[in-house]
Design a protein around this ligand. Structure first.
Ligand SMILES: C[S@@+](CC[C@H](N)C(=O)[O-])C[C@H]1O[C@@H](n2cnc3c(N)ncnc32)[C@H](O)[C@@H]1O
Length: 466
């Protein structure tokens, strides 16, 4: 399809009469879906066009909301030639709400799109080892649940005291009482919260409300992110809420200007992983701490990480960004030793408890910023057979050299941002790591977000040689 103009009728209310009858609208042929979930097109002048809600091979019209010299950004307003993979988005908040930007694609195509986005990043990286790795990219592992999979949601409260998710490119919220991605018990609780006067009373000082479902007890914890330290009256409203809603276990306040007012422990049970242990493991964490949101798919994540680690009974393992021990505890069932490092105190508390509950004697958990910890481990000439690395979105810029010194056999890198992952993989390949397998795993259906598990093997001869 050539690029050009078509004629389309427009709404009469908002357009001056001279423009009324017919107005030219640009048609964008979508070449592919790229990082961030955008449909890519080009103008005749060669500018890049990134469009929300577009699918590869479609032709669309769009509203452009941001223009720079080389880039136009916008959103589809009309699909001229729809993709066969386009479906009616299931959520009534689609388009208004800033989340769930892949809802208009059938699920199998969402997985294909995620695969293609990563492949595109690898091929365009300009790094020979990453281009080579595009051939090693596996198909994404589908999530068992495609909706209602989130064990927690965090709703924002805007200046108008609307409770919901941010609208696209806005700090205002679209009101949400039923989120497509949340577990049904969370949506039930949210609906009931809105019926409580005490909830209204708290909203004026509230920035955000987190609703967490405890997978093992099926009870709910609520964390209220408060603008100021809660006063006795605020605590009374919270207590009233907790007493009115039978499913609510606890309500806490959290804020930038004061310490958390309490916490509850949430937990899930990980079924036995045959290659590592015959026993189920119970993993707990504190409300306010990190846990993967898609608990069912987390089991597949853990299984894949364990498979990639290829642990032997004498192996020393370093788990960086270990959280509450999501990987450390199952790994310690088979490894010689596991050292977990993490920056959040509550996560380290939980990891220690989880290990003790599993009667493990071969673990150690340290609260420390990762870059500082790695520097100290290198100074102490420590080495590990396997390193597990699960950083936040920013990845680990500047850490490759230290990781090269610390690693003896292999590294398993779990990433939630394929762009920072590619940057880090390029650095790691200069430190003697060879890319072996790249496994996408879908932790976030209906969104463009991608989780990747990458196996790298350490070549102990000349760094950078394949
Ligand atoms: C993506 S989570 C992974 C947690 C864990 N591996 C899991 O699967 O549950 C990243 C973790 O890194 C921790 N973190 C973030 N930045 C850090 C830093 N600079 N130093 C140490 N820990 C950090 C966060 O507290 C969080 O627990």
């Amino acid at each position: 399809m050539t690029r050009g103009f078509v004629l389309s009728f427009v709404h009469t209310q908002s357009i001056p009469f001279d423009f009324l009858t017919i107005m030219p609208s640009h048609v964008y042929p979508i070449e592919k879906i790229v990082h961030g979930g955008f449909g890519l097109s080009h103008t005749e002048e060669g500018q890049v066009v990134l469009l929300e809600e577009a699918i590869s091979d479609e032709t669309v019209q769009a509203k452009i909301h941001n223009t720079t010299k080389n880039l136009l950004q916008g959103v589809v307003t009309k699909v001229i030639t729809p993709s066969v993979h386009r479906i009616q988005a299931p959520c009534p908040h689609y388009r208004k709400c800033g989340g769930c930007d892949f809802q208009h694609m059938e699920y199998s195509f969402q997985l294909q799109a995620k695969h293609d986005i990563i492949k595109d990043l690898l091929l365009r990286s300009g790094h020979p080892d990453l281009r080579h790795a595009a051939a090693l990219l596996l198909k994404p592992l589908a999530s068992p649940q495609q909706i209602n999979y989130r064990q927690r949601i965090r709703l924002q409260v805007d200046d108008q005291q609307i409770v919901g998710f941010h609208k696209r490119r806005s700090h205002n919220c679209v009101a949400i009482r039923d989120c497509l991605l949340a577990e049904p018990a969370i949506n039930n609780c949210l609906e009931k919260l809105h019926q409580q006067k005490s909830f209204d009373k708290l909203l004026a000082q509230t920035d955000a409300v987190e609703i967490l479902l405890n997978p093992n007890s099926s009870r709910i914890s609520i964390v209220i992110h408060y603008k100021r330290k809660p006063r006795p009256a605020d605590k009374l409203y919270a207590r009233d809420l907790a007493e009115s809603l039978s499913e609510v276990e606890d309500i806490f306040f959290m804020g930038n200007t004061f310490a958390v007012t309490g916490h509850s422990n949430l937990s899930f049970t990980l079924p036995p992983i045959a290659s590592h242990t015959e026993k189920s493991l119970c993993l707990s964490w504190e409300s306010g701490g990190f846990c993967q949101v898609n608990i069912e798919q987390n089991s597949t994540l853990i299984q894949t990480v364990l498979d990639f680690c290829q642990t032997e009974s004498e192996d020393d393992i370093l788990d960086l960004f270990c959280g509450m021990g999501n990987f450390s505890i199952p790994l310690a069932e088979k490894a010689g030793t596991v050292l977990g490092i993490e920056g959040q105190a509550s996560a380290i508390r939980s990891a220690k408890k989880n290990s003790a509950k599993a009667h493990q004697k071969n673990t150690d958990f340290i609260k420390r910023p990762i870059h500082d910890a790695c520097k100290e481990l290198v100074q102490d000439s420590r080495m590990f057979d396997c390193i597990v690395l699960d950083p936040p979105r920013q990845g680990v810029p500047g850490l490759a050299r230290k990781l090269g010194s610390l690693c003896r056999k292999r590294m398993v890198y779990i990433s939630c941002d394929p762009a920072t992952l590619c940057r880090d993989l390029a650095e790691l390949s200069g430190q003697g790591f060879i890319l072996k397998t790249l496994q996408p795993i879908d932790m976030f259906p209906q969104t463009h977000h991608i989780e990747m598990i990458v196996l790298l093997e350490k070549q102990n001869s000349l760094p950078g040689m394949r």
